[in-house]
Design a protein around this ligand. Sequence first.
Ligand SMILES: Nc1ncnc2c1ncn2[C@@H]1O[C@H](COP(=O)(O)OP(=O)(O)OP(=O)(O)O)[C@@H](O)[C@H]1O
Ligand SMILES: [Mg+2]
Length: 345
Amino acid sequence: MNLNILDLLPNEIMECWKEIQDPAVIHNERMALYANDSFLELFGINRLEELNSREMGEFISPWSPFHVRAGMREAMGRRRDGDNMDVMVVTSPLTAKDGLLYSTILQDIGQQKSWEEKVLQGERLAAMGKLAGEIAHEINNPLGGILLYANLLKDDICHDSVALENISKIVKLATRCRIIAKGLLNFGRTPSQSCMTVDLNQVIREMFSLLEDHKMFRDVDVRMDLQADLPHIMADKGQMEQAMLNLMVNAGEAMDGEGVMTIRSYSLRAERRVCVAVQDTGPGVDDEIKTRIFEPFFSTKPFGKGTGLGLSITYGIVQRHRGRITVEDAPGGGAIFMITLPADI
Ligand SMILES: Nc1ncnc2c1ncn2[C@@H]1O[C@H](COP(=O)(O)OP(=O)(O)OP(=O)(O)O)[C@@H](O)[C@H]1O
Ligand SMILES: [Mg+2]
């Protein structure tokens, strides 16, 4: 391949082209012919000569050599280290001495994409939260009626009748539905928050004391690494308890009875924030699931086992406290759920 691009393109075009700061490449339908330093750096190519006999499809995907499209489009940049990146690709035709060549400029839009995804996810959660709240509201009232009449029936039925047992089941199940509906209402609307000074370490210990005898934690090694002088936060204690409980229950359920659950609390003085991380040694969370994990009703548990509300409610609680919740892969497997909250440090 002729790397002296000046043999192919007029000098004036090249002078202008060399002004481009973004990664840029000159190519024909199939092969890359010439690239600027930013392009070489982006794709980990040490010398221009190494561009020799490299197909454009090795750098940009999708790439159709039979139909080079002039204009702007989103594509995937394929780096040599195997990492893909979102790029905006602008291709323009260049009139060469013996035919047509093309110039393609790339812009890394990974950051922009990830912000777009976050905004979209936030909007989707807000819309689903509103819908869930409305449905819960509609369900809550008839449920109240069902409970009332079931209780009235109970009073009318003689004590040794089989019907009494059945009605008690109706009352029990309807009560469970009401608890679920209440959780949904809390997710959908902003509940009145009673803020007080809260010691998160105390919340963690108290909530774990409710769970430690449960069979879910019987063979689980629980490690608490709680910062002794953790600054207190202004929060609704009941909601914090619910958030911690949800994370611990999820960790326990993920480990299926054995493993290590580590709960850490620490402060980030510079950011005036406190953090709580709940880590488990369960199967971890797939990347695909991570994008949906905070949605109401998203659950991978068998029907009847999980409502898929725990994390969406926790997300709502953290948001209302101007905090953040994230999920990461734990080194060596498992998941880490991390809550960060503002503190008056
Ligand atoms: N620690 C964890 N490890 C692995 N997966 C998890 C973990 N925590 C949550 N998940 C995944 O996220 C899903 C949603 O969790 P969430 O707490 O919202 O609902 P759930 O636990 O399925 O049901 P619910 O909490 O309402 O009983 C779970 O079904 C599970 O797939
Ligand atoms: Mg759960």
